[in-house]
Design a protein around this ligand. Sequence first.
Ligand SMILES: NC(=O)c1ccc[n+]([C@@H]2O[C@H](COP(=O)([O-])OP(=O)(O)OC[C@H]3O[C@@H](n4cnc5c(N)ncnc54)[C@H](OP(=O)(O)O)[C@@H]3O)[C@@H](O)[C@H]2O)c1
Length: 219
Amino acid sequence: MDIGTVAVVGGTGRQGSGLARRFARAGADVIVGSRDPARAAAAIASWSAPTSSVRAASYAGAIGSAPIIVLAVPFDSVADLLARHASFQAGAVVVDVAVPVVFGEGGPALAPLREGSSAEHVKARVPAHVRVAGAFKTVPAHLLDQIDRPLDCDEFVCGDSSEAREAAQALVRLVQGLRPVDVGPLARARSIEHLTLLAIAINRRHRIHDARYRIAGLS
Ligand SMILES: NC(=O)c1ccc[n+]([C@@H]2O[C@H](COP(=O)([O-])OP(=O)(O)OC[C@H]3O[C@@H](n4cnc5c(N)ncnc54)[C@H](OP(=O)(O)O)[C@@H]3O)[C@@H](O)[C@H]2O)c1
């Protein structure tokens, strides 16, 4: 699948900036969406990787200008953002990357969600014609940020349709060394979110920072 333009809403942030730079490096036209387009423009100007195919936009501008939108904002801000911005292109695909982690006395946990997962939370808030996938939930931001470093792990992709899963897998393939693993319907997003929580626990227990996943037996 040829990725033309991809918008990264929250592309100024930790997860979003690594993704935006890696997509651009792979040849995609990238729109970095920010609440403040000047902040997005400053972020782009600070990036050392080639940025000729990257431009800044508001959230509304980013959402309305791309057929694939990566939603890379904190989970708590997703509902308000989607309530304010609903002008998606016909048949757009939204890729949700959020992991609704809460840090309580017992350590990190997933916030209970009425819809089941962050990706289903998104699905419940976008127009009916918009398709939704979940991806980039288990790859750590600080590894994405090292854009000269090829990754060496798998990234789980789920979605509400084959089109959404294919679009998300095509995005994953843009990240050098990252292999997409299609895990099926959108409801599997909760399992992926649990794996992120497990990676956080592995990092803490083993005093490492880079826990990530590779599925054995899958060619
Ligand atoms: N960090 C990780 O390792 C990691 C790994 C897997 C998944 N994720 C997921 O990726 C998403 C982004 O995480 P992050 O660590 O990149 O977060 P972040 O750096 O704190 O925020 C990302 C961007 O979201 C925008 N933003 C912040 N607060 C907002 C608000 N209240 N309303 C609207 N926009 C807001 C900001 O962009 P502007 O100010 O430019 O608008 C910010 O640069 C989260 O859902 C997280 O669960 C993160």
